[in-house]
Design a protein around this ligand. Structure first.
Ligand SMILES: O=C(O)CCC(=O)C(=O)O
Ligand SMILES: [Fe+2]
Length: 230
């Protein structure tokens, strides 16, 4: 399924916009079963109440290893398509790091540096909740692209709660983008920086993501981050 996606389009959109949407990456049934995992404490290594840290309002939990099958397979099947894009970005940004073709090899690099803890997470928001603009950096080793999958159905399960990206360009004002998502849609986006073409060459855009305030209902998301955490 992941191998059949239009990776050329995804790559082009990432290059131009810094994000790309994959429609219907997951079926509604898969989304529902992932939401149901939230109640199973045994699957998670930690739970974060966002308001306690100034991260916003709402909560999330990081999965422990071994990851549920669907999440493990998403991580390993998406990664090889993103690694060439990540390598091109680093080349453009003149960053020396290159990423191996297989996720397990990148994870070995994280583990060797003491980044041992898995980062895939489930997020849960209710009316009034939101996620402040942030970057998911957890140590020296960073894979520059990540994915969030909307598990709830907008309009039916919740209103408000839009996925937001901001771009901070050198010496320029910040630009915001709302990414409309349907249930099961995935957004691929830059974790930290992305290269952009300017009139005088490539420059570095600083990216942040977050979620606007939910007006009603409940919203769940699956976050897939490819580096592990210290
Ligand atoms: O709930 C969202 O859409 C944002 C999730 C998020 O911050 C992440 O997956 O890193
Ligand atoms: Fe995030």
């Amino acid at each position: 399924m992941v191998d059949e996606l239009d990776w050329q389009r995804i790559s082009d959109e990432l290059g131009i916009q810094g994000h790309a949407v994959i429609s219907r990456l997951l079926e509604p049934e898969q989304c529902r079963s992932l939401v149901d995992l939230y109640a199973d404490q045994a699957l998670f290594r930690s739970r974060v109440i966002m308001s306690r840290h100034g991260y916003g309002k709402g909560e999330y939990q990081y999965f422990k290893y071994p990851l549920p099958e669907l999440i493990a397979s998403l991580r390993t099947s998406l990664y090889p398509h993103l690694a060439p894009i990540a390598n091109r970005w680093n080349e453009l940004l003149k960053i020396d790091v290159r990423f191996p073709n297989a996720h397990k090899d990148f994870i070995e690099r994280c583990h060797a540096a003491g980044q041992l803890r898995p980062t895939p997470l489930l997020l849960q928001y209710q009316a009034g909740d939101y996620n402040c603009l942030h970057q998911d950096l957890y140590g020296e080793h960073v894979f520059p692209l990540q994915i969030a999958i909307l598990l709830s159905q907008p309009g039916r399960d919740f209103t408000g709660g839009e996925f937001i990206l901001t771009e901070q360009r050198p010496r320029m004002q910040s630009r915001a983008e709302v990414v409309p998502l349907a249930q099961g849609d995935a957004v691929v986006f830059a974790v930290h920086h992305r290269p952009a073409q300017g009139t005088r060459g490539i420059y570095r855009v600083n990216m942040r993501h977050g979620v606007s305030r939910l007006r009603s209902g409940r919203r769940h998301t699956l976050g897939v981050i490819f580096h592990d955490a210290a």
